[in-house]
Design a binder for this molecule. Structure first.
Ligand code: FUL
Ligand code: CA
Length: 695
């Protein structure tokens, strides 16, 4: 009997095991192609580049669009150099200005001075992408603040005519990006009014999607809720932990609720993976005043690990400047980011490792652990249906120092793993060093550096037997971080090296520190603020760290609230707007109708001001985030004159961050007054911090 069973088992093992059944929703062919891209770029460029806005009102003259040296090849080469696989161009942003000579509107490049009205940015950039071997995609804003018919059915006809032009005249597109943003008011052919639409029905999306499928069958469509890939719920480039590729698609539409978009939903009814969209600068469009605020290589790496490393695609915006080229500072940051990534992934220490799985599906070599290191996405390690929590020991053969482990699931079988853990064999025992949840297209576990010759993967929870297609072990080159820059309440700045190089050189004028820059010896006063750039190195100047760059506003030590129109009891007092604490909020009670709240502050001394800053609440509901404001200054707190700055804060709801607004001149003032005229939603006003700058 025993012998008989043994033979039967041996017989079973010889017979080829069948592949596992897919679990839950699975990707389409076109989604698989999109997953493969992992990293591509956005190009935000339009009249806003020339008017210094994030959202144009729609009344901009075509005359303002006039890049002095537009160079599509320079932009495409920058993307290629950064390792991007494609570019998505804002062919029409919310202001309605078209970067191609659409035959359905006069509001386009054809009436601009650029190339005498004969230019076509879409043509030039799509051609340049092809020359560089990059894919090309289009962004066509559904919200159009210029068009007279916006809000009526005639507009949908217009929108589809434009879309058809883009879908048919510029070759193959890899994506069509449908933005959900809509702020209501606009120029609308001169009506200058607020037009509210019902996002669920107004655009009749199913028929627009049909058009895309028919004319560009391989293009993946983006919107908050899909159909092909979704918004990740923030514009800072950060996927959730977990970040499932699945969501419950019912009831979702472009511009709909963002609940569940960051983490996805499990098991979910639809495969709609997330795209992390983020700009290399604070804004989506180029503003010269942000030249010193380009994200550092270290920041870009954090974004990469939190997006591509969590199974999403990363869409990183490179906004061309007024020449029509990617700015030098953006290029420098992107280049260093790429250099570090390439150095990291050049060597996979698991390549020749001996892999020992606790179980292999049917004992069949087709599902063997060796598939994890064969460099192919189409082969995978799997186990018997009943074995959902297997383990895998990776013997590297020699001690290796690493800090990144890469895992991939075989996507055609769905997202199967719920949770996993990684252990390293240290001092004679297994030590857990990472716990994760979703894997999907790719999971990069970035950890402290570990040295070990063996590691272990434990699948700790799975909805179905796992199907993993890759395991890699890598080490990031050691990067020396820039010094810590801190200012105390008395206005004294301390610099502290964060690495072996004890010598710190710094600048206060925005330039890069070099051998001739001042040497830091002791804390120095900087009550008026400025831009501190600091770099540490060995005494002979070698082993230089990254440059730490910190923009400091005028110190608030002696500031006092003089008056405030309203506050919400003790929970929302006005002092919270100037307490240097981003998590305390000045909040006014709800108030319907005309919405104007204000705060007046005495800075205790006269300052030379060049601008002000507004920080919205970074967490919680968007209720009260200011979208229309006025900012006044005064020497005596009595006479105020015209606002030093006023207008709309475009896109602040989706992209919550510090807004810095420069006056364009220097103003002497002891008092300032901030007036909130409108909020993105709700009837309160919410201010985490107001500051002023003097740089
Ligand atoms: C948002 C827009 O409102 C921004 O201006 C930007 O285009 C971003 C990518 O999408 O919803
Ligand atoms: Ca505060």
């Amino acid at each position: 009997m025993l012998l008989f069973l043994g033979l039967a088992q041996a017989g079973l093992n010889l017979a080829a095991a069948s592949p596992p059944q897919p679990y839950g929703p699975v990707p389409t062919e076109r989604q698989l192609l999109w997953h493969d891209l992992e990293f591509y770029g956005f190009v935000h460029f339009t009249v806003n580049t020339f008017t210094d806005k994030e959202w144009g009102f729609g009344d901009e003259s075509e005359q303002v669009f006039n890049p002095t040296a537009f160079d599509a090849d320079q932009i495409a080469r920058a993307a290629k150099m950064g390792g991007m696989k494609g570019l998505v161009l804002t062919c029409k942003h919310h202001d309605g200005f078209c970067l191609w000579p659409s035959q359905y509107t006069e509001h386009s490049v054809k009436n601009s001075p650029w190339k005498g009205g004969k230019g076509d940015v879409v043509r030039e950039l799509s051609d340049a992408c092809r020359r560089e071997g990059l894919k090309f995609g289009v962004y066509l804003s559904p919200w159009d603040r210029n068009h007279k018919d916006y809000g009526t059915p005639a507009y949908i006809t217009y929108y589809r005519q434009q879309l058809r032009e883009l879908l048919t005249n510029y070759g193959e597109l890899f994506t069509v990006w449908f933005d959900g943003a809509n702020g209501g008011d606009g120029f609308y052919g001169g009506a200058r009014e607020t037009r509210r639409i019902d996002n669920r029905v107004f655009y009749d999306w199913p028929n627009t999607w049909k058009l895309v499928r028919e004319l560009q069958p391989n293009a993946c469509m983006f919107s908050d809720g899909g159909p092909d890939f979704r918004w990740v719920g923030n514009e800072s480039g950060i996927g959730g932990e977990p970040c499932w590729a699945t969501i419950n698609g019912a009831g979702r539409y472009p511009g709909g609720a963002s609940e569940g978009l960051n983490s996805g939903e499990r098991p979910g009814t639809d495969w709609v993976p997330a795209e992390c969209d983020v700009s290399i600068r604070p804004g989506w469009f180029y503003h010269a005043q942000e030249d010193s605020a380009v994200k550092s290589p270290a920041h870009l790496l954090e974004i990469y690990y939190a997006s591509v490393g969590r199974g999403c695609c990363l869409n990183l915006n490179l906004p061309p400047d007024r020449r029509g080229q990617v700015h030098e500072n953006d290029l420098a940051s992107l280049r260093e980011f790429r250099r570090i990534l390439d150095a990291t992934f050049a060597t996979n220490f698991a390549q020749n490792a001996r892999l020992e799985a606790s179980q292999t599906r049917g004992g069949d070599d087709r599902f063997a652990a060796a598939n994890l290191v064969d460099g192919k996405r189409t082969t995978y390690w799997s186990t018997d249906d009943a074995v959902k929590t297997p383990e895998l020991v990776v013997d590297l053969g020699r001690p290796v120092t690493f800090n990144v482990v890469r895992l991939r699931e075989y996507l055609p079988l769905g997202q199967r793993v719920d949770a996993f853990a990684l252990d390293a064999w240290v001092a004679g025992q297994w030590q857990e060093f990472f716990r994760g949840t979703s894997i999907g297209n790719q999971r990069l576990a970035r950890t402290e550096y570990k040295t070990a010759s063996r590691l272990r993967l434990r699948i700790t929870k799975a909805a179905a037997c796992p199907a993993l297609s890759e395991l890699g072990v890598f080490a990031e080159p050691l990067q020396q971080r820039g010094p810590n820059v801190r200012r105390n309440p008395q206005g004294m700045v301390t610099l502290q090296a964060d690495g072996p190089g004890p010598q710190i050189r710094y600048t206060l004028d925005g330039s890069q520190p070099g051998p001739k820059s001042p040497l830091y010896e002791k804390p120095f006063p900087l009550p008026d603020g400025g831009i501190v750039n600091a770099q540490s190195s060995l005494p002979d100047g070698s082993s230089a760290s990254a440059v730490a760059s910190v923009a400091l506003g005028v110190s608030k030590t002696h500031w006092k609230v003089v008056t405030c129109s309203n506050w919400d009891g003790g929970k929302g007092k006005a002092e919270f707007a100037i307490d240097e604490n981003s998590s305390t909020i000045w909040r006014t009670p709800g108030k319907t109708g005309e919405h104007a709240e204000e705060i007046v502050v005495d800075m205790g001394a006269t300052n030379q001001l060049t601008g002000f800053s507004y920080l919205p609440p970074l967490q919680g509901a968007a209720n009260g985030i200011v979208s229309q404001y006025q900012f006044y200054t005064s020497l005596d707190g009595q006479s105020w004159g015209d606002p030093a700055a006023a207008g709309e804060i475009g896109n602040i709801k989706a992209n919550r961050q510090l807004v810095v607004n420069k006056f364009g001149k220097t103003l002497k003032a002891r008092y300032w007054r901030f007036v909130a005229l409108r909020a993105v939603e709700g009837d309160t006003t919410a201010v985490a911090e107001i500051g002023v700058i003097s740089y």
